[in-house]
Design a protein around this ligand. Structure first.
Ligand code: ZN
Length: 131
């Protein structure tokens, strides 16, 4: 069964954003790491079965920097856990769904991920993630 793995939130500064989630909301910080390929620094908080992923750009070329410029801080994507990212991508492609990634790549935590285009999801950037 599919479930929400995490919600990604774009922030200009992890240092400024983390205290609310850690001390304010009392969530456990699971990991903080840089994902060089996506030019972001990520802080992952446990929230029940799901997680909240704060994303800080590490370069002005980062997709997160561009998002912040356009929209400011806020929800950037929703990640759905699937059994097999490649199989899911093939099935979606066969249905004519617009994909950002036609092949899986490696995201935070070393997981296989791929993004589905908001044009096909009613405006939500959707991440497929496989553990
Ligand atoms: Zn994510």
């Amino acid at each position: 069964m599919k479930k929400i793995d995490h919600v990604g939130v774009a922030v200009p500064s992890l240092a400024e954003a983390k205290p609310f989630y850690a001390e304010g909301l009392g969530l456990k910080l699971l990991a903080e790491e840089e994902v060089a390929e996506q030019r972001v620094r990520v802080a992952m908080f446990q929230c029940g079965e799901s997680r909240i992923e704060l994303l800080e750009p590490t370069s002005p070329e980062s997709p997160i920097a561009k998002f912040l410029e356009k929209k400011g801080s806020g929800i950037h994507h929703i990640a759905v856990e699937v059994k097999d990212v490649e199989a899911e991508l093939n099935a979606l492609q066969a249905q004519g769904v617009k994909l950002i990634d036609t092949v899986a790549r490696i995201g935070a935590g070393g997981h296989k991920i791929a993004f589905v285009h908001p044009k096909s999801t009613s405006g939500v950037l959707l991440e497929l993630t496989q553990k």
